[in-house]
Ligand binder design. Structure first.
Ligand SMILES: [Fe+2]
Length: 341
């Protein structure tokens, strides 16, 4: 017998002690068997028992087995449930199968019958888990592919505008550092850092002339440049696993006083994560050479951002983010010294 099957947990739910005991006797050599006498006990014990297959009596006092079957299908679609019945009717059988029962057995039953259906159910479950794993692997591969493609696109933007080279990567690293120090949970940071990485992806839709113009932009050119946050949003909108990143991409140029773009959001209406990114984005822009300015020192950049509090940046949050950026700068300086010495 398959190793996976030997350790599988089987739960028997039947109000008849005789049925519970005989199923246990038949199955115990090949499965780890738990028995319960009511649906209420089963609802309480599910998390602890973690069944991988259930034998379920249809006719029980209080809650009907079919009702429980329906609930289980909503909770978990991969546990095979085998219905037990003494008086099968066509209607009950159809209902059980429609609710997703794997099979049904009729009392009194033969041991061989029970073992055959249990093995069949277990193989079915293993097959389903393998399918789930394949789908998950495929999803990861698609995700990985998408990020590689996005990275290539961002490199293309960087190539068009040498001044922003490495900007996306630096911003996503600093964003993740700040978010962690602000106490954001790890799984959320994992997703949002892709948003930080892709925040300027919409620049792919802005012409080279505007993107790499060495002098200041005309009103019309500025209007074109401003479209990048909305274009980025539209590029990423259809991608399901990046949904949480959309506010960052769309709103990273909103300003606290409501004069930002694309939606002129004001104050607390600006999503929290987008407010963090706007500080991080500005800090990186200020501390790297750009067409319109030479790079500023860390202290000068922080001072400029502080002056923008309540105008461009959210008050308390920006103070906090700057304190964390300061720590990040100190760590990097210490590391650089370590490398030199
Ligand atoms: Fe941007």
């Amino acid at each position: 017998m398959d190793q996976k099957m030997k350790s599988a947990n089987v739960l028997v739910i039947d109000d008849d002690l005789g049925v519970r005991e005989s199923l246990k006797m038949i199955l115990k050599d090949k499965f780890s068997v738990s028995t319960l006498s009511s649906i209420d006990e089963a609802i309480d014990g599910l998390n602890q028992i973690k069944p991988e297959m259930i034998f379920l009596d249809i006719k029980m006092p209080r809650t009907n087995g079919l009702e429980f079957l329906k609930q289980m299908r909503v909770l978990n679609s991969t546990i095979p449930i085998i219905m037990i019945t003494a008086f099968p009717t066509t209607q009950t059988t159809i209902t059980a199968l429609r609710y997703g029962a794997f099979d049904y057995i009729i009392k009194p039953f033969q041991p061989s019958e029970i073992l055959t259906v249990a093995e069949k159910a277990m193989n079915h479950r293993i097959e389903l888990s393998e399918k789930d794993r394949l789908v998950e692997n495929l999803r990861m591969a698609v995700q990985q592919n998408l990020f590689s493609t996005a990275e290539a696109l961002l490199l293309a933007i960087d190539a068009k505008d040498a001044y922003t080279a490495g900007h996306s990567k630096r911003v996503s690293l600093l964003f993740a550092f700040v978010a962690e120090k602000l106490g954001m949970n790890k799984s959320r940071i994992e997703v949002l850092r892709y948003g930080a990485f892709l925040h300027d992806i919409g620049k792919i839709g802005v012409g080279d002339v505007v993107l790499a113009k060495p002098s200041s932009l005309t009103d019309e050119e500025y209007r074109v440049m401003k479209r990048h946050s909305e274009i980025g949003y539209k590029i990423l909108e259809p991608i399901d696993f990046l949904k949480e990143c959309l506010p960052i991409v769309r709103h990273h140029h909103e300003r606290y006083d409501g004069t930002g773009y694309p939606d002129c959001l004001k104050g607390d209406a600006i999503p929290f994560e987008a407010s963090i990114l706007s500080v991080v984005d500005a800090y990186d822009a200020l501390t790297t050479d750009r067409h319109y300015h030479k790079k500023y020192s860390h202290l000068k950049a922080c001072e400029i951002i502080k002056q923008g509090i309540r105008i461009q940046f959210m008050p308390a949050l920006t103070e906090e983010v700057l304190a964390i950026i300061n720590r990040y700068h100190e760590l990097n300086t210490e590391n650089e010294r370590g490398v030199e010495s």
